[in-house]
Design a protein around this ligand. Structure first.
Ligand SMILES: NC(=O)c1ccc[n+]([C@@H]2O[C@H](COP(=O)([O-])OP(=O)(O)OC[C@H]3O[C@@H](n4cnc5c(N)ncnc54)[C@H](O)[C@@H]3O)[C@@H](O)[C@H]2O)c1
Length: 448
């Protein structure tokens, strides 16, 4: 590299002497901001939710993510990490800006890009020096060119800038590990200087880097999430066949997954996917494909299988308990997956609602998301328990909706003594059917 040809920003990047602005202090923004500061960069994390920023300034995190609190606190104390709602000033101070705002679904399935557009306009109006503007939010293909157009339209002078795409693949619950040990880093750029800045930013992270154009980078993210969702729906469809044929989906998945071309991951039959990413990204990918002229029927079916899976478990419980009215059902696990308190699009929402609609009495317990769940279910009648044992007391069925590690260690003999009727509906196929039945329970699994 010819160091004499470096721009001022490039020099700063190499010396870690430059400022990153992360816009959005959510599950991805806060983790990214904290982890960049942990790498030694100076990071300003901005959010327009003033309450969130007030709490963060007091070192109170807005959600549960293992290991995040210590990194945030350490880097606030070091002065590497600052929280603010002052977007304009933060943009002016920054050399690299990551846009990490939410991109939720609209009613027609398309991604709501209002926040992205708002942020792009504000960046344009505050462009006081060269900046690299990086989309980290998950966005439909061709969003980068819209962001670029917006900045050209609203900027007040001819200050140079670059747009880049750097989609995020971290998993909630394992977000810190994933930031520092990603399977790959994807960088979509138009110019070498943007590539150089992003590569040096991630220089201390050992991972293959895929450098491509912005459209391709945006598409990699949608295609990846849609493919993973397809794998989940595929194995859930196989689980139905297993139920009909008397086969065991866990063993089918094992036999399939050992084939390196298939792989073991994402072949766990269960209640299907939820969370803030897969449902909305799949919808957005179906929508943008249609807009571009391709009817992505495969993904429509993936979504349909996923939606049906929730009802399937409720129907199985009904087969055992017959009338659900006044039956007491314990729910273990509410968050959309373990190690997070995130309730967004959690399967528990549909399942608990269906059970309540049928007149069942619900006592629920989640190790982290009881308080989030209270907000989600509002004034629906749910009793929240402090642990799994108080939840199952006098129940006719215990229904496992999230595969938290602590549930793997429950004492079934204690459950049996506490419960009114020993029925386990294992929505995550966590347990071995034979072992559970050997301890005197009736067992409902999905494809097992
Ligand atoms: N959650 C995940 O696991 C995950 C993983 C990979 C990618 N993504 C993608 O990353 C993006 C962010 O997801 P998230 O889960 O962090 O969302 P989130 O809802 O947790 O956080 C978004 C944050 O952006 C803030 N915000 C919105 N508009 C703003 C504005 N104009 N100015 C400043 N702040 C603003 C919100 O207040 C919120 O705090 C989405 O596009 C998502 O699809 C999420």
């Amino acid at each position: 590299m010819d160091l004499t040809k470096l721009t001022a920003v490039q020099r700063k990047v190499i010396n870690k002497n430059y400022k990153i602005c992360v816009i959005g202090a959510g599950h991805v923004g806060l983790v990214s901001a904290a982890c960049f500061s942990e790498l030694g960069y100076r990071v300003i994390c901005v959010d327009n939710d003033t309450n969130k920023i007030k709490s963060l300034k007091k070192k109170i995190l807005p959600f549960y993510e293992p290991g995040l609190d210590s990194i945030v606190i350490k880097n606030i104390n070091k002065g590497n990490l600052v929280f603010t709602s002052a977007l304009e000033q933060s943009i002016k101070k920054a050399d690299v800006i990551f846009i990490v705002v939410g991109t939720p679904s609209l009613a027609d399935g398309s991604a709501d890009l209002t926040s992205i557009e708002n942020v792009a306009r504000t960046i344009a109006r505050n462009l006081n020096s060269y900046k690299l503007i990086v989309e980290k939010s998950t966005v439909p293909v061709q969003t980068g060119s819209k962001v670029k157009e917006t900045i050209y339209r609203y900027r007040k002078n001819n200050t140079e800038f670059d747009i880049a795409s750097n989609p995020e693949f971290l998993r909630e619950g394992k977000a810190i590990y994933d930031f520092f040990h990603p399977d790959r880093i994807v960088i979509g750029v138009e110019h070498d200087r943007a590539e150089m800045i992003l590569k040096s930013l991630y220089a201390s992270i050992k991972a293959p880097i895929v450098v491509t154009d912005i459209n391709t980078s945006e598409l990699i993210k949608h295609a990846s999430n849609s493919f993973l969702a397809t794998k989940i729906s595929f194995i859930n469809a196989v689980a139905h066949i297993c139920d009909l044929a008397g086969a065991n989906v866990k063993e089918v998945a094992l036999g399939m997954g050992l084939d390196k071309r298939i792989g073991k991951e994402f072949l766990n039959a269960g209640l299907g996917y939820g969370g803030f990413c897969f449902p909305k990204d799949l919808e957005a990918f179906i929508y943008i494909s249609k807009k571009l002229g391709y009817d992505f029927k495969l993904l429509q079916e993936v979504k349909k299988i996923n939606d049906e899976q929730r009802r399937y478990l409720v129907d199985k419980i009904k087969e055992h308990l017959w009338v659900l009215k006044n039956k007491k059902i314990a729910i273990l696990g509410l968050s959309f997956k373990p190690d997070t308190d995130d309730m967004r699009f959690a399967p528990s929402i549909d399942i608990v609602s269906s059970l309540l609609d049928e007149g069942a009495c619900i006592k629920a317990y989640d190790p982290q998301s009881n308080s989030e769940a209270k907000k989600v279910f509002g004034n629906r009648k749910i009793e929240f328990a402090k642990n799994a044992y108080t939840a199952v007391k006098n129940c006719d069925c215990v229904c496992i909706l999230t595969e938290w590690e602590e549930f793997k260690k429950v004492d079934f003999s204690k459950f049996k003594k506490l419960m009114h009727y020993p029925l386990i509906a294992d929505g995550r196929n966590m347990f071995d059917k034979k072992q559970v039945e050997a301890s005197g329970f009736k067992y409902i699994g999905l494809g097992t």
